[in-house]
Design a protein around this ligand. Structure first.
Ligand code: BDP
Length: 714
């Protein structure tokens, strides 16, 4: 072989190797070749003649995206004499014959239309802004990726929630609190000069699912991010994200006026403090005119806040709101609060702290509430605040990163969890006042709406570590756009876009995804159990932990197992947390017989031999749930084994290995929890459940001090 051929071969292998080495990097935007000619013929005419109206960096991105898709789908060089055409343009600049047929009047700034006109010859993507056109472009490509018919499209889409935001718990040293996919993708040290390609790819992926905001820094915040040195770096990122319709936000450390050395108080009613924040806001907006605003964790888990000065959440939030209001910024004030001095049930504390202030927050404040009252558990009833603050815009906070759901080694499809919460009825305004209606503003006609997801993104080559972690990022975005979407549709979309459209793949894998959430609940926290993970890192079981400083840090606080039974009594005979819910819920859930079994031990302390609806004892049911969880993982493995032909080799193998880990850990959970609880129940395991392999002491001795995701500064 000639030298130049050697070089060519070497270069080719390097290139091929690189592509091979990064499966998953393209996320759901991997426009794979369409190998079925019938589809090719249907789609290609619209890619032959594209009229893109406008001139902006967003329009250039659209152009780039369509070209990428055309090449990826292999629609290039297909001769088409059909006179078909794709037109992309803002409604009021569309060619006149077309304009009159497209109505975007009620679609706001972000909504889009996709219409097939002219007997199927003309496809039009329109909206009222360039960003809307970008969303519409991704909308059309999504149809094609799923091999949908585009000959008669009549799509009208508008996001139902305004602020659709990722929360990065990323520290300035690039560690990620509760991050299981490597380090932070923000390379602060090399910014603002070095703009890594990942930043653009991140923005592209987010805009493809409608995410329009990103909080770059951890809620346990560092005041340094507010200094000019860092603002310059934030500005560089904002510039990359802007043409994709993504605003940047930062976390604001409440004590920053003191920590940055300017003042000796952070009292929100102090004039100097107010001025200080206004100046900071002015400085940021001078650099980043479309800066989104601040996310604040105050008076929670050691973070500074207004309480130190005998001030309230309203004082704190409104002071910051005043600073960003002239620039159209917002404050996302978190309701994840519980006090180290308050002996009351932790599940009640946020509600008690916030409800008195309903209607008192400034117009540009959103109160950001976690989906449940404890903390991102595999299953929680919805947070009672969602049904109790009609005059305050409430923003949903979901956790996409799997802090309590097996990190990046467990396959768990979270849209199922998100959907369950969004569909719950709060009864805030009578029947059918679902959580979705509270957060999208339908209830009480809210003007400002928002939803946040704690990101699972890091420097791993496939962004999320587990190849299926991407589905949770995708699904969060889709539900943020439309909180009424069906998780099954989301699962199918993602599977088709990511892997294959083959029915023999999509059908079983959809079932697998939809069942995966229940599996993790079964093998970790069945029947309403919660927070029994090992403490600090939250990896693996730790129901026995009882020696930590604060009662609510100990799993024993949450399960309350003893000889008499198990569960947290939150009825009127216990903490009465149930009184925070609307009457129909309170009434139903006060009685264990009418409490959904999935929430049984969340609300009731019941004897081990309590008879459940299947006539078996509580103990037997608990053991059978643990066993079922293990079997569900085995079924997932069996399904996955048949999928090799549809997926990339590396992703196939990695997922197979991760499922092995998941199975091992599901058994660990089952055996550790049942061994521990059996000391109290003193009952035999049902015949279907194998005896634990080891004794309780063995499970207690398992120690994983270097499990990832712990904030090193804690
Ligand atoms: C908990 C996490 C902790 C976060 C906290 C929060 O363990 O790392 O800082 O939530 O949301 O679940 O503020």
């Amino acid at each position: 072989m000639k030298l130049k051929n050697y070089i060519a071969l070497a270069l080719f292998s390097l290139f091929a190797f690189n592509i091979q080495a990064q499966p998953g990097y393209e996320l759901w935007l991997d426009y794979k070749e369409i190998d079925d000619n019938t589809y090719k013929e249907k789609y290609s005419p619209f890619f032959t003649d594209i009229e893109l109206i406008g001139n902006s960096s967003t329009i250039s991105i659209i152009k780039e995206e369509l070209q990428l898709a055309k090449t990826g789908f292999a629609l290039e060089n297909l001769n088409s004499d059909s006179n078909s055409k794709l037109i992309v343009g803002i409604q009021n600049v569309l060619p006149s014959g077309i304009r009159s047929q497209i109505n975007t009047e009620n679609l706001g700034d972000e909504g889009y239309t996709i219409n097939t006109l002219n007997n199927g010859k003309t496809l039009v993507i329109s909206g009222n802004s360039d960003i809307a056109l970008l969303y519409g472009t991704f909308g059309l490509l999504r149809e094609i990726q799923q091999r949908n018919d585009i000959s008669d499209l009549n799509i009208e889409e508008e996001p139902k929630i305004q602020k659709r935001v990722l929360n990065h718990w990323d520290n300035l040293d690039r560690t990620v609190e509760r991050g299981y996919a490597g380090f932070s993708i923000w390379d602060w040290h090399l910014l603002p000069e070095l703009i890594k390609p990942e930043y653009k790819d991140y923005a592209r992926a987010n805009s493809s699912i409608g995410i329009n905001g990103t909080v770059l820094t951890n809620v346990n915040s560092n005041a340094l991010i507010l200094t000019p040195h860092y603002i310059e770096k934030v500005k560089a990122l904002a510039e990359v994200f802007r043409p994709y319709g993504i605003q940047v936000y930062l976390t604001a450390r409440f004590s920053a006026p003191i920590e940055l050395g300017d003042l000796d108080t952070a009292d929100p009613l102090d004039e100097n403090v107010r001025e200080w924040w206004k100046n900071i806001a002015n400085e940021i907006y001078a650099e980043i005119p479309d800066f989104g605003g601040f996310l604040v964790k105050a008076d929670s888990e050691g973070q500074p806040g207004p309480f130190q000065y005998d001030r309230t959440h309203v004082d704190g939030a409104n002071m910051l709101a005043e600073a960003v209001a002239p620039h159209d910024g917002i404050i996302m004030w978190r309701a994840f609060v519980y006090s180290e001095e308050d002996p009351d049930d932790r599940a009640k504390q946020a509600y008690d702290q916030f409800i008195p202030y309903d209607g008192k927050f400034a117009d540009n404040v959103l109160v950001q509430v976690k989906n449940g009252a404890i903390d991102f558990q595999p299953r929680e009833p919805f947070h009672p605040m969602f049904g109790a603050m009609p005059d305050t815009p409430l923003m949903m906070e979901f956790q996409i990163t799997q802090e309590y759901l097996g990190f990046s080694s467990h396959l768990v499809f979270l849209p199922k969890l998100f959907e369950e919460v969004l569909d719950e009825d709060t009864y805030a305004e009578g029947e059918n006042s679902t959580v979705a209606k509270v957060i999208d503003g339908t209830n009480s006609n809210k003007k400002l709406t928002g939803i946040a997801g704690v990101a699972n993104i890091g420097t791993e080559k496939n962004w999320t570590g587990h190849p299926f972690g991407q589905a949770n990022w995708y699904g969060f975005g889709r539900l943020a756009w439309d909180p009424y979407m069906d998780s099954e549709d989301i699962a199918q979309e993602w599977l088709k876009m990511n892997f294959s459209n083959e029915e023999d793949f999509v059908k079983p894998m959809t079932d697998l995804l939809l069942e995966s959430r229940e599996a993790v609940v079964n093998y970790m926290t069945p029947l309403g159990l919660h927070h029994i993970m090992a403490t600090s890192h939250h990896y693996g079981p730790g129901p026995w932990v009882d020696n930590l400083g604060r009662p609510e840090w100990n799993p024993v606080y949450y399960h309350k197992a003893d000889k008499n039974g198990i569960g947290f009594d939150r009825t009127s005979s216990g903490s009465d947390a149930l009184a925070q819910y609307a009457t129909p819920i309170e009434e139903n859930y006060s009685n264990p017989e009418t409490t959904p079994e999935k929430y049984l031990l969340w609300f009731h302390h019941l004897p081990w031999d309590y008879e459940m609806s299947n006539d078996k004892t509580l103990w037997d049911n608990m053991a059978l749930h643990y066993q079922k969880g293990v079997e569900q993982v085995e079924e997932m493995q069996a399904t996955w084994k048949n999928m090799e032909q549809y997926v990339n080799k590396q992703e196939f193998e990695k997922t197979s290995k991760l499922l092995e880990i998941q199975l091992k850990e599901a058994k660990w959970w089952r055996d550790a929890c049942l061994s521990y609880f059996q000391q109290f129940s003193e009952m035999e395991l049902p015949a279907e459940v194998p005896e634990p392999e080891h004794n309780l002491e063995y499970y207690k001795s398992i120690d994983r001090p270097y499990a990832p995701g712990i904030n090193p500064s804690w």
